[in-house]
Write a protein that binds this ligand. Sequence first.
Ligand code: UT7
Length: 329
Amino acid sequence: MKSQIIGIGSCVPDKVVTNADMEQWMDTSDEWIQSRSGIKERHWVSEGESASDLAESASRKAIEMAGIQAEEIDLVIVGTITSDYFFPGISAQLQDKLGLGTVGAFDIKAACSAFIYALSIGDQFIRAGTAETVLVVGAEVQSTALNISDEGRDTAVLFGDGAGAAVLKASKGERGILSTHLHCQGKHLKLLWCEEPGSNHHPRMTEDLLKEARHYPMMNGREVFKNAVTRFPEVIQEAMDANQLSIDDVALIIPHQANLRISQAVAKRMGVSMDKVYSNIHKYGNTTAASIPIALCEALEEGEFSEGDTLIFAAFGAGFTWASAAVKW
Ligand code: UT7
């Protein structure tokens, strides 16, 4: 039994924030942002728009492409670190918005790797025969978490909002998820994290913590970069080895979109041109758990792959977590 991806969908907010906008709000430049990250613009939510709204829109598109009724879904898994509320997870809101009655739903907080983590869990449910149709989503609103000032410029310019979704269906055919590999190395967690509001003190948020800016994401960019350019090729190779594939058998690598330079380094280490490593970071920035399904949707629309092709998804991010999935489309 395999899990076939029978429908995908994505959604980004309408509001476009350009590098020129960033120049107005902090000491940065279009030149710095583009040369260091490849980002030209990103989409940010407007007041009243939330991660669960983006997740719903992406899910409805995926359900439509799958040609199923929403009621056929028997499990919902959402990768996100930016749920609308501190609790419960965004999956409960999405489950309700889609009118899914009492179907099980939960969140996965594996940051940039969360879509692949969620895909892997959905795949295990299907292979075990516990579920037949699983909705897997990556949805993030990072913009409301950012420190939009000179102090926060190293992270604020990088992140965007968006969501992507995939419907997995049990299938006995050739097409589907061939393998997934999940990794974590928690000893590095403070190199990319958001400390507050934490449950390890009472009250969880104080004016002092806010003044100290401990509720903003913190990243040691250089260290994250160094680890990413090692872990991406490693986990892509792991996916190929598990399926006795050579790089020539892979039609397209769809990496998490964190930095164009990371993707270029991955291409170099894998000995392929950038034609084989999909990139759309210039339009969306880093959308964390949403970046792979958004890229998957665009790559399909652009005719970058077709039925029968082998794809590899790969991600690296906070935790550190990293992961890959090999998929026969
Ligand atoms: O998705 C989660 C995983 N995240 C990642 O994979 C991100 C990994 N890291 C990166 O992508 C890169 O490290 C960054 C894009 C974050 C930064 O690029 P970098 O080439 O590593 O720059 P840097 O952090 O070494 O900073 C270089 C300089 C610094 O100035 P000094 O110390 O050399 O004087 C920074 O203060 O650039 C400065 N800088 C900025 N300048 C203009 C930092 N942010 C900005 C900015 N605009 N927005």
